[in-house]
Design a protein around this ligand. Structure first.
Ligand SMILES: [Zn+2]
Ligand SMILES: [Zn+2]
Length: 431
């Protein structure tokens, strides 16, 4: 048995033996129903071609103007980088940095690193820094928000049509294409590349890396590369034998860290909603807009659909995230055995929707860059945008700190106790 024949459920920790899947097939955990792995072909040519294409479109999207506004002959256009620069020059350096990281740097790292590793593997080379670069792909993927930006662009376009003539520019189409291409790139699991890299090693060092797993060996799953094997290192400093990620049976201090981040986010949620996210300076003076007044503006101007989207992304989602994470942290702390499967589903939902709250920040970024008609109107970002961005980042960090396996630990302990009481053997090994 190869070590990568085993897989540990990310959400509840049950150990499974993998079997090959057909393309587009999914293997789900029987206990918590989360997706364990997908049937994806390790067709390196396809990965390289797709990533190369996406990288090319990425460059067009980043450096060409996205839209142009035209008010009676006065024009203004915005590129993504230009918009970030405007924010930066207006004392919104933190927000500018966030937008830069989520829409430029992380997607660039994801595409660049994936291309580097996959190209190497295609030439039968395990490139220098293989482990670190491949881990960077996964981190960058968690924080890249191209699809959210794309919706933000569309909302900005609709918003602007009431003010001026909007002329779509190459950047807009490039972002549309990039969103689709990235969705396909993301469907490819980088863990497959670790296995391909191992096959190369195995060919050069026969018999060295792949001792069969001894029965009863103490294993720790690595959720970065997917290996389930005995860890290397001593005491509390255990590492994955393959990719070097620090390993723990459970994320250290998971619950207290989740609480700390949650409380900080809850406090900032107040100024995020009360302070203006945008300030409009026009001939009629300055007008402050909070998130809610922005929603009301859309609603009253007839764009009810947009009002609902922004309301859900900026008000409902953060509140839902705060409430759900608090519930998860509290029940895990009390070692509750209440509805573990439903709580796992809630956790997956929080992880999935987390990034969508950045939507309004992206709309503000583009609006600020577009509406710069000195004689008519200038829009700047307000301090609410900073508080709001911080709430999004803090809740994302909180959900990453929470270890969903803590939901299942009390359930496992009870099963184990009951089994001991009834002198029954436990069929599965829980890690
Ligand atoms: Zn599971
Ligand atoms: Zn690993």
């Amino acid at each position: 048995m190869h070590r990568y024949d085993l897989i540990s459920c990310h959400d509840c920790g049950v150990l499974y033996r993998k079997r090959p899947l057909r393309p587009r097939e999914k293997a789900r955990c029987i206990r918590c129903r989360s997706v364990l792995y997908r049937g994806s072909s390790a067709d390196l040519n396809k990965v390289v071609a797709l990533t190369l294409g996406a990288a090319f479109v990425f460059l067009i999207a980043q450096f060409f103007p996205i839209v142009e506004l035209d008010i009676n002959g006065l024009t203004s256009s915005a590129t993504l980088l230009g918009s970030i620069r405007v924010l930066w020059s207006e004392q919104m350096q933190v927000v500018a940095t966030m937008v830069f990281l989520f829409t430029m740097l992380f997607p660039a790292i994801e595409l660049g690193s994936l291309l580097y590793v996959a190209l190497g593997l295609r030439m039968k080379v395990r490139v220098p820094g293989f482990n670190r670069v491949l881990r960077a792909v996964q981190t960058a993927r968690e924080w890249g928000m191209t699809e959210v930006l794309m919706i933000g662009i569309l909302i900005t376009v609709v918003k602007m049509t009431s003010l001026a003539t909007v002329v779509p520019q190459p950047g807009l189409f490039a972002f549309g294409a990039l969103t689709v291409m990235l969705a396909i790139v993301v469907s490819f699991d980088p863990k497959t590349l670790w296995n391909v890299g191992d096959d190369l090693l195995r060919a050069s060092l026969p018999g060295l890396r792949y001792k069969p797993l001894a029965p009863g060996a103490k294993v720790l799953p690595c959720h970065a590369c997917g290996l389930v094997a005995p860890p290397v290192g001593k005491g509390h400093h255990l590492e994955c034998a393959r990719c070097g990620t620090p390993l723990h049976t459970r994320k250290p201090n998971s619950i207290s860290r989740t609480w700390a981040l949650l409380i900080a986010a809850a406090i900032l949620y107040i100024p995020a909603n009360l302070l203006p996210v945008m300030v409009t300076h026009s001939l009629f003076g300055a007008q402050d807009d909070t998130i809610m007044s922005g929603v009301a503006l859309f609603w009253n101007s007839g764009s009810k659909g947009l009002a609902i989207i922004i309301f859900i992304a900026s008000v409902v989602v953060p509140m839902l995230k705060l409430g759900t994470l608090a519930l998860l942290a509290w029940t895990a702390q009390r070692r509750s055995r209440w509805r573990p499967r439903q709580r796992t589903v809630l956790y997956r939902m929080v992880e999935f929707i987390g990034r969508w709250s950045m939507l309004d920040i992206f709309v503000v970024t583009l609006t600020v860059a577009l509406v710069r008609f000195k004689s008519l109107a200038v829009i700047t970002a307000g301090p609410g945008a900073l508080a709001f961005g911080a709430v999004v980042v803090l809740t994302m960090l909180a959900s990453m700190q929470f270890d969903p396996r803590l939901i299942w630990d009390p359930v496992d302990d009870k099963t184990r106790n009951d089994a001991e009481k009834n002198k029954l053997a436990i069929g599965e090994q829980h890690v």
